[in-house]
Design a protein around this ligand. Structure first.
Ligand SMILES: Cc1cc2nc3c(=O)[nH]c(=O)nc-3n(C[C@H](O)[C@H](O)[C@H](O)COP(=O)(O)O)c2cc1C
Ligand SMILES: C=C(O[C@@H]1CC(C(=O)O)=C[C@@H](OP(=O)(O)O)[C@H]1O)C(=O)O
Length: 390
């Protein structure tokens, strides 16, 4: 499969075109909308989330609730667009109108794409950069990830994204039981965290950052269960699925680090403490005693839950001024802003879940064929039988 997204933060809409989805997959807008709603929740978001109510329109590739095999077009409208039609419209405008509506942005925010993007694309109005570099785009990435989850759920492969850390507050991590159990607790938390006590401290840390005109980041975890052995491959660098997941998660706005399983911690431990011992029984075939490597060996899944961590830096737009330089006057200034999130880690957990879902679904279809759900199901069942009896 492949997908492209288009659209600006304050333009009319965000669009994704997804190609390579098999035919006969049951798919409805509600399958996607429930994930869009999850992404909009979360303590610490700014005023924009009160304006938007993200809903998908499925404009191609689905007929009467089933995919046809043709490219699928997903559209999410920006409700905020009505306030930006003059500033963001595609039609040329007169000079007078330009004076009236086009407050040029010439003051780059440290930590955002503004300055590098302006120099790269030779824009003297940095709105041309911030509109597309905005994490508003993660809306349609979640829509695409939701579609991937619909494919995975057909084979009982399920995922959950949740929050492990915000600022210096860490959740106590309980042993993983199931995606269902994890989701039940984390969906009820305003910060999408499984530890109630830590949730309250996280909210206080977000309040504190906000009151000080600051922002905070955090760490999210995505877990996928019932993943078969052998998605991805060891034979070539760009087929290693752990590498593809890392790229996908790191491409989320403000993400600065990715770990699979123990991640960086594994580098500080002995081999005997890291590798997951192999067992065998007639009933269950090959299994692992532990899951320290997060479900991956040799760029392939090993049948254990896939465990991915992503680190999000604090949001760059700050009420507290940081020094920068105006690109026209070249004078230093201290930035002031209109609105921003102070923490978007709970939302980012949903985006990371979508990113992992996409990569897993793509690798799944690579292995089990991709035209119709029936063929894939047959091929999958044969493979599971072979693997059990191996
Ligand atoms: C869900 C989400 C919401 C975000 N909200 C904001 C925001 O309100 N203000 C802001 O400056 N950055 C926000 N960001 C982060 C910026 O989009 C990001 O820092 C910017 O695109 C620069 O890219 P980089 O941080 O990956 O280098 C958000 C990120 C995510 C994932
Ligand atoms: C709109 C979303 O996030 C936006 C991401 C973002 C940024 O700079 O990344 C800046 C803010 O946009 P605005 O300037 O319009 O308030 C966030 O609200 C969203 O997540 O749907």
């Amino acid at each position: 499969m492949r997908f492209l997204t288009a659209g600006e933060s304050h333009g009319p809409q965000l669009t994704a075109i997804v190609e390579g989805v098999p035919s006969q997959l049951p798919l409805q807008a509600e399958d996607i909308n429930k994930h869009l709603a999850r992404r909009q929740k979360g303590y610490g978001r700014g005023r924009r989330m009160q304006i938007e109510k993200d809903q998908v329109q499925i404009l191609s590739g689905v007929r009467h609730g089933r995919t046809t095999g043709a490219p699928i077009t997903l559209v999410v409208e920006n409700k905020d667009w009505t306030h930006w039609t003059k500033i963001m419209g595609a039609e040329p405008i007169s000079e007078e109108e330009e004076q009236e509506v086009k407050r040029k942005i010439t003051r780059p925010r440290p930590g955002h794409a503004d300055l590098n993007g302006a120099i790269k694309y030779r824009h003297r109005d940095m709105r041309n950069v911030l509109e597309r570099s905005s994490a508003r785009e993660t809306t349609v990435r979640v829509a695409v990830g939701a579609l991937a989850q619909v494919i995975l759920e057909q084979f009982n492969i399920r995922l959950a994204g949740h929050v492990l850390e915000i600022g210096d507050v860490k959740a106590e991590q309980l042993p993983f039981e199931s995606v269902d159990a994890l989701q039940e607790v984390t969906e009820a938390s305003e910060v999408r965290c499984m530890d109630n006590e830590a949730s309250e401290k996280m909210k206080a840390a977000i309040d504190d950052a906000k009151q000080n005109g600051d922002s905070i980041g955090g760490i999210v975890e995505v877990i996928a269960e019932n993943v078969p052995i052998g998605l991805g491959s060891f034979v070539h660098y760009d087929r290693k699925l752990d590498g593809k997941i890392a790229q996908s998660v790191l491409s989320i706005n403000a993400f600065k680090g990715v770990e699979i399983g123990l991640g960086f911690e594994a580098a500080r431990m002995k081999g005997s403490e890291v590798h997951d011992e192999i067992t065998y029984s007639e009933e269950n075939g090959f299994q692992r005693r532990t899951n320290r490597l997060g479900g991956f060996e040799g760029g392939m899944t090993n049948g254990m839950p896939v465990v991915v961590h992503g680190a999000m830096k604090p949001i760059p737009t700050l009420y507290k001024p940081l020094q920068s330089v105006d690109i026209d006057s070249k004078e230093p200034f201290t930035a002031s802003i209109e609105r921003s999130d102070s923490c978007a880690v709970p939302a980012a957990a949903v985006v990371a879940e979508a990113a992992v879902a996409w990569e897993l679904a793509d690798a799944f279809l690579d292995k089990f064929g991709a035209d119709t759900m029936e063929d894939i199901r047959q091929s999958y069942e044969n493979y599971l039988k072979e693997a059990r009896e191996f």
